[in-house]
Write a protein that binds this ligand. Sequence first.
Ligand SMILES: *Cc1c(COP(=O)(O)O)cnc(C)c1O
Length: 480
Amino acid sequence: MAENEHTPPLGMTAEQFRRAGHDLIDWIAGYLEHVEEYGVLSPVEPGQVRRAVERPLPAEGEAWPALWSDFQQHIIPGITHWQSPNFFAYFPANASYPAILGELLSAGLGVNGMLWSCSPAVTELETFVLDWLVELLALPAHFRGAGVIQDTASSASLCALLCGREQALDWRGNTLGLADQAAPLTAYTSDQAHSSIEKAAMIAGIGRENVRLVPSNAVGAMKPDELQRLISQDRSAGRQPCFISATMGTTSSLAMDPLRTIGRIAAEENIWFHVDGAMAGTALACPEFRDIGDGLELADSFCVNPHKWMLTNFDLDAFYVRQPQRLTRTLSILPEYLRAAQSDEVVNYRDWHIPLGRRFRALKLWFVIRTFGVEGIRRHIREHVRLAGEFARWVCEDDRFELAAPPSLNLVCFRLKAGDGPSEALLHALNRSGRIHLTHTRLSGGYALRFCIGQPRTGEPHVRAAWTLIAEAAREVLED
Ligand SMILES: *Cc1c(COP(=O)(O)O)cnc(C)c1O
């Protein structure tokens, strides 16, 4: 440090931290107020940020102002501004002020909530807030007291798959491994499901070869008769089906799998039934969108990401399991050093996910739900769905364009009628402009641009301006 021979134990004096911290909060507030003024997509070339920050490992500590200035100069140019109201790519990653404060407090407390006794508030607030979420999203009542916060939907789905595997093996896989397993295990999800399901099967020792990608229909929803056919085929071949994952809102086009029919098949076949509602699950907050959850009460597990569309900073996935003892039986291992006096009376979340250590994530969701209230969260969702409807209308009214899939909640997939090449050229032109950011997918009809509305500050003027820009860029692409 400039003033001291040695760096203080916490890296700064309390006074230096106060000053830097106040400035930092000011900066973040200013950043979020003016984020619209940045080019949305970072323009840097591969390797550019690394070259800019590269220097010898510091032998002695440096003072904060040097770090801060390098952040401004070298890091900001390499940031793609997900919080921009002109960000329409992938899916949203909502940030909000109360959630940021929750993150900051969690960092300030610096606790690890692996056991109840490691900080009782971490566990008890988490169970409570996840019960609130059951009420907010009108989830099945058996998910009360049965929720856990995971980092991502990918981790939650992996845990669900492990439960399905162990249930099918009568919990012998954990002990004996899969090597002696005579009947290969199989898992089912649609050809539109998120790649995290296949990845989970890779990690869980099921193998990608044993994942059946069930064909989807014209709008991207799983065909249940195909599911039934594949399960029967596998059973006749001596394989052992163990896991079905349905998607409430696919990543490509936000298609909704028919949960009730799939759930009935799962129940009849005695196969674990997981529902992945990573983004669309948040829409369950609004009674008028609850048809997407029809049949959810048949699910053994469900995950939703408040870190996508529910105003809560990344990362926070809410994962629910009917009869959570099936989850803890799958994941529990108890070395002597983790034995705690209260093991039988309290929840010890270390057994509910893959890592041992866990952050205090519940704080930010608690702050978000209290700050916005049910109505505030509903307004946020409804406005995005309304704007997506407007956008879809403009696409249909312009005869150079067509919808590539039925608009679903806050997502519109569209393309140029001129075909894949011009549609792809349009996407690149839009992203190069820096003014908006969109991504693409491939649907049965070919290449499609995805326009996903989910940022808290995206309003009608942003969507209108984006459409104007798209229409102009299309003219240039089609003239070339
Ligand atoms: C975004 C998404 C995921 C992956 O979410 P992570 O939390 O990043 O793992 C999984 N499934 C669906 C349907 C998604 O939309």
